[in-house]
Design a binder for this molecule. Structure first.
Ligand SMILES: Cc1cc2nc3c(=O)[nH]c(=O)nc-3n(C[C@H](O)[C@H](O)[C@H](O)COP(=O)(O)O)c2cc1C
Length: 326
């Protein structure tokens, strides 16, 4: 009689098994690290699993035949970049054997130094917690050191094909995550800020995102915006003590320029923003970057953080119509 392992080995057809595994609907990630020369390395992987919240652990499985296996096996850090629905090209690139995968894909160092893709759905920057040898794969368990996320729709994968995931942001998601929806509202080189009543200036906020051209701010003011010119600028989570921020950039419609504003609202020239009176350091640093980018009319996608910590970014400026509506 065959020993159980031999029996298993002969009974299981790997091609059929791969097909059966492939019926599990997953997201798609690009896992990245640096080789011993410091060069960025990466591959598409859907074997990502969240493992533990305390400590914060996740895992991915790296095939031993992958060209980047040695890099993942020897590095003490790696990043997992979850892809959004418009990134099938990035997935295909990182699933290839191309030698220059990072030539056309922007990436940043955030915390550990592992390459974090500038544009992605969500990223986790990890130190290696442990490695488990598992057949033809290495199970790489990471401890999350920093992460960021965006409200884009995820890219899905099932039965060897990309799948669309509808409705990524269920109604009430922002509220349940305690996120502040802030607005960068520009008018003729000026930016609208709201007094916090304590000598500081904050971004005007609204209860929710809207698709039409009227924006109702918290506090009661209703502003008329240039239609189809609102885009998601930044999403970030500053610290445990503060809620996260979801920040849109919008332009005031010409006809609304003479509209009276309530006392707490004031337009400041973008090149003279009152940085010293902005109480949240991350907002102040975001405004500095916004002012730089506004001057060049080229909006970037990643926001600097002094501590390299828990800061997220979003993808390219997206037309309103492409965003999932809630
Ligand atoms: C959607 C998708 C998911 C994948 N998931 C994994 C995975 O979890 N682990 C793995 O080792 N390879 C996975 N691959 C295959 C690798 O991306 C592929 O072998 C790649 O060429 C490896 O790159 P490298 O050889 O340059 O390291 C996946 C491919 C695709 C398209």
């Amino acid at each position: 009689m065959l020993a159980p392992t031999e029996k298993t080995a002969t009974a299981i057809d790997p091609v059929a098994l791969r097909r059966a595994f492939g019926t599990f609907l997953t997201g798609v990630t690009v896992i990245t690290t640096r080789d011993t020369d410091g060069a960025p390395r990466g591959m598409t992987a859907n074997s990502f699993t969240s493992v533990s919240l305390d400590p914060p652990l996740l895992l991915v499985c790296v095939g031993k035949s992958a060209h980047s296996y040695d890099a993942f096996n020897s590095s003490d850090s790696f990043a997992v970049n979850l892809l959004h629905e418009a990134q099938t090209d990035v997935s295909n690139l990182f699933a290839s054997k191309a030698a220059n995968k990072f030539d056309t894909v922007n990436h940043d160092r955030i915390h550990t130094g592992a390459p974090v893709l500038t544009d992605c759905l969500t990223w986790f920057d990890c130190s290696v917690h442990s490695r488990v040898d598992a057949g033809d794969h290495l199970v790489l368990i990471g401890e999350v050191q920093a992460f960021g996320t965006s409200p884009s729709a995820p890219l899905g994968f099932c039965r060897g094909r990309y799948a669309n995931v509808k409705d990524p942001l269920p109604p009430g998601w922002l509220e349940s995550h305690g996120m502040i929806v802030g607005y960068l509202i520009e008018a003729d080189g000026n930016l609208l800020l709201r007094s916090d009543g304590k000598g500081g200036w904050v971004l005007p906020s609204a209860k929710r995102r809207i698709a039409d051209k009227e924006l109702k701010l918290d506090g009661g003011d209703a502003l008329t915006l240039v239609p189809d010119d609102t885009f998601l600028y930044s999403v970030f989570d500053v610290s445990d003590r503060d809620p996260g921020y979801l920040i849109y950039r919008a332009r005031l419609a010409q006809e609304a320029a003479s509209q009276p504003l309530s006392a707490g609202l004031r337009f400041f020239p973008i090149d003279q923003l009152p940085y010293d009176q902005i109480p949240t350091r991350e907002i102040s640093s975001m405004l500095r970057r916004y002012a730089r980018e506004s001057a060049s009319k080229r909006f970037g996608i990643y926001m600097d953080s002094d501590d390299g910590g828990r800061l997220a970014m979003v993808g390219d400026a997206q037309p309103w119509a492409n965003l999932p509506q809630i």
